[in-house]
Design a protein around this ligand. Structure first.
Ligand code: PLP
Length: 402
């Protein structure tokens, strides 16, 4: 296959070579981390060392690291587990306070509790920049029966579509004031922003290996020692009885390597990626296609928007058409929004930010990471005018027919 230009690091980022090497070596070694013999104890020490490395990189205590199969499981465990444990003790706490820009791993877990376990939800909407303020969280906590009816607050650390970073420490302080558990989905934040679990005020934090140069299918939930949470899986009682199941020793080792490396190289990488991102954005804006940028954006910024995230809207074009045309030209990216049951829908994130549906349909998400170069940005900017022109013609033709 000829060289492809990969601008979809938010979907999954290439695995680091040293992670593959470490995992391959570990995979060749037998050992269940729960076994008591020498091979089992050796596997256990790999797991415990990985736990310590992840904790050290993210400002957590080793005992707060619960290994999972990734971000989706971590989010589900945090939300369903906390809701069930809280409600069992205090039936009046039937309400989830959740931002309207969450990933479906959070949204659908919440909707499932509403549909089957009588949960209520108060949505916290972002401002036009895609930011969920601490004041908005406070207002939502005080609404719908007051904070005494809340079981959980969930606000993501950084948004996976538009890359906006949320004021997590401020939201954590509001949750602490009301004594409400606070979950944050930090899947897009870890390795790209300074993430300190202890300082964040979060009770639970989900992360995922494949977004930080680690393996797919492994992640962790950082869980405060005093958190009350019902397990979703029952069995061998691994991971503080919260997440039963034989541990993926090689995957966990790979996760630790990747978290450690992405955190250690973060500052230099953030500056490098922000430069590439800015060149991509400025280049697209200069193309005379009427492009606009979604979410808070300021040249050089590495704190309020993910350094590697560019989210563009091209008027008169359908995002999916542009995605396929770019793919045919060798450039891989995303529209940012999920296509449900084959029907492309405008992103709930853009709609929540007040972007009109017509504009939200022309969304393209370009996300950069550790393998990205100037050549990738050049290739995208070279292809975009012709792609937009063809997508626009296709859109006009569809309009005439319908
Ligand atoms: N949360 C966010 C913000 C994400 O971007 C993703 C993946 O795209 C997930 C959760 C799901 O993580 P995983 O793929 O590890 O299940």
């Amino acid at each position: 296959m000829p060289n492809r230009v990969y601008l979809d690091h938010a979907a999954t980022s290439p695995i680091y070579a040293e992670v593959i090497e470490a995992m391959a070596k570990q995979m060749a070694v037998v050992g269940n981390a729960s076994s008591l013999h020498t091979s089992g104890r050796n596997a256990r020490s790999v797991v415990e060392e990985a736990r310590e490395r992840i904790a050290a990189a993210l400002g957590a205590r080793p005992s707060e690291v619960i290994f999972t199969s990734g971000g989706t499981e971590g989010d589900n465990l945090a939300i369903k587990g906390t809701y069930r444990a809280t409600r069992r003790i205090d039936a009046a706490r039937d309400r989830l306070v959740v931002s309207g820009i969450e990933h479906h791993a959070v949204l659908d877990a919440v909707e499932a509790l509403v549909a089957t376990e009588d949960a209520r939800v108060t949505w916290v909407e972002p401002d036009g920049d895609g930011v969920v303020t601490a004041d908005a969280v406070r207002t939502a906590l005080e609404a719908d029966g007051g904070a005494g009816t809340a079981a959980l607050v969930s606000v993501m650390w950084a948004n996976n579509e538009v890359g906006t970073v949320q004021p997590i420490a401020e939201i954590g302080a509001v949750c602490a004031e009301f004594g409400i558990p606070f979950h944050t989905d930090a899947v897009q934040a870890v390795g790209h922003l300074g993430v300190d679990f202890g300082a964040s005020g979060a009770t639970m934090l989900a992360l995922s290996g494949h977004k930080v140069g680690g393996p797919q299918g492994v992640g962790a939930l950082l869980l405060a020692r005093d958190a009350r949470l019902d397990p979703l899986t029952h069995g061998g009682g691994q991971e503080r009885q919260v997440r039963s199941g034989t541990l993926d020793v090689a995957g966990i080792l790979g996760l630790a390597e990747a978290v450690e490396k992405s955190c250690a190289t973060r500052e230099g990488e953030a500056a490098r990626l922000a430069k590439l991102r800015d060149r991509l954005v400025e280049g697209a804006l200069a193309l005379d296609l009427g492009v606009s940028v979604s979410g808070y954006y300021e040249e050089g910024d590495v704190e309020r928007r993910l350094p590697g995230n560019a989210h563009l809207r091209v008027p008169g074009c359908d995002g999916d058409s542009m995605l396929y045309l770019l793919d045919a030209a060798g450039v891989e990216c995303s529209t940012g929004s999920a296509c449900q049951a084959g029907v492309p829908r405008p992103s709930h994130v853009l709609l929540a930010m007040g972007i009109p549906e017509e504009q939200a349909r022309g969304a393209l998400r370009l996300t950069l990471g550790h393998t990205s170069t100037d050549d990738d940005v050049d290739a995208f900017l070279r292809e975009l005018p012709a792609v937009a022109e063809r997508a626009r013609r296709a859109q006009e033709a569809t309009r005439k027919v319908s």
